[in-house]
Write a protein that binds this ligand. Sequence first.
Ligand SMILES: [Fe+2]
Ligand SMILES: [Fe+2]
Length: 139
Amino acid sequence: MNKINFDKELTLGIPLIDKQHEEYVKRMNHFLDSYHHDSINEEALREEISFIVSYAIEHFDAEEALMKHTNFPLSKQHIAQHDFFKQSADSFAELKYTEENVRKLLRLLIDWFIAHIKTQDSKLAKHVKKIQDAKTSEI
Ligand SMILES: [Fe+2]
Ligand SMILES: [Fe+2]
């Protein structure tokens, strides 16, 4: 699996969210480095994964607080997606790290996460920017 490039496409223009997404990508890329390193054992990989997942959950909480704070109209569907990620990540905690299972796990941690940024998070960012712009024009 290739490393993730944190580029313009992933930058949404809300500094708090962008910073957290960048940190997530950094941790994920670190995991990919370890994974491609033959001598690393399953326990170490599990530790890295739980470090990544707990960061993702912290980040979801920050986004959900922002949704509440700005009365985001699509929060229900967005939070449902966060819950899907949490449940899916939980189910991997029980499974052995076979090549097939790690491939599925990476599909969640990378493909799902990136798609989520580009769809749900990007809608949230647009909403927050609209509110910020309205506030600036009031002054
Ligand atoms: Fe999100
Ligand atoms: Fe996000």
